[in-house]
Design a protein around this ligand. Structure first.
Ligand code: ATP
Ligand code: MG
Length: 240
């Protein structure tokens, strides 16, 4: 579904990503681990074209979005949903319209149909329809996270990037989110890349794990392999 080769990103005078190779299969849940500031969010944003890259290939369902023409590139990127770490909601729009944004302004869907889908996605993340007409400022941080999650799911993407999906959520809601990620991957066969510092989340959702350090993937394996990891740095990270 997604194939990344030799990805380099240069920001603030340094190579934040320095030759990343990564693959994601259909129905695979990959978790990216690494210290704060190492470039995990930048990696996902560079795939989406939000952060410019220096060099590398990013192939989404057979289309290299680095070299593709604009229309083909947009089409390939529309198969990815993203939950941003900071939510990135539109504070001038009501909650339901945040969730329905891609349906209305991307897919040009009829407003009432888009609202119906938005409400259905909100219920998946335990958000009641009574909040649909509120603005983001009147929601708690955890509720905003769930709105952002509902928006990431709204277009039924084939690939979803979850940047810290459970940060700031209570244990019960975290569990709902972890189950949602699992069911999306296992029942709908999407490919998921999740960034998390939440070890409980990692254990519940990950098939495979990639560890980012100093611009490179220094370790890749399954969760089971992570438990018996030989790499000293990865071991210390996991047992810190
Ligand atoms: N748009 C940007 N412009 C310039 N520098 C950026 C930009 N986005 C991120 N950076 C820098 O790139 C580095 C990696 O940032 P990134 O947000 O990917 O870290 P992270 O691994 O996601 O950390 P955290 O776990 O804290 O979220 C940081 O040094 C950050 O300051
Ligand atoms: Mg981040």
């Amino acid at each position: 579904m997604l194939y990344i080769k030799g990805l380099q990103v240069h920001l603030n005078g340094r190579n934040v990503l320095d030759g990343i190779d990564l693959e994601l299969q259909k129905g695979e849940s990959l978790v990216i681990l690494g210290e704060s500031g190492v470039g995990k969010s930048v990696l996902l944003k560079s795939v989406l074209g939000i952060v410019p890259i220096v060099t590398g290939s990013i192939v989404i369902n057979g289309v290299d979005v680095v070299t593709a023409e604009e229309e083909e590139r947009a089409q390939a990127l529309s198969s990815i949903g993203m939950l941003f770490q900071g939510c990135a909601l539109f504070d001038s729009l009501p909650i339901w319209e945040n969730v329905a944004f891609g349906l209305i302004y991307g897919k040009h869907m009829d407003i009432s149909q888009a609202k119906e889908i938005a409400l259905a996605k909100m219920s998946l993340v335990n958000l009641d329809s009574s909040v649909a007409d509120l603005t983001t400022a009147s929601l708690s941080g955890g509720m905003q996270k769930r709105v952002a999650l509902a928006r990431a799911l709204a277009l039924d993407p084939q690939i979803i990037f979850f940047d810290e999906p459970t940060t700031g959520l209570d244990p019960i809601t975290s569990n709902v989110v972890n189950k949602l990620i699992n069911s999306s991957v296992k029942e709908r066969g999407i490919g998921a890349i999740t960034i998390t510092h939440d070890i409980n989340c990692l254990r519940q959702i990950a098939d495979s794990v990639a560890f980012l350090r100093r611009g490179k993937i220094i370790w890749r394996g399954t969760v089971c392999e992570l438990d018996s990891v030989q790499d000293d740095y990865v071991y210390r990270f996991m047992h810190a």
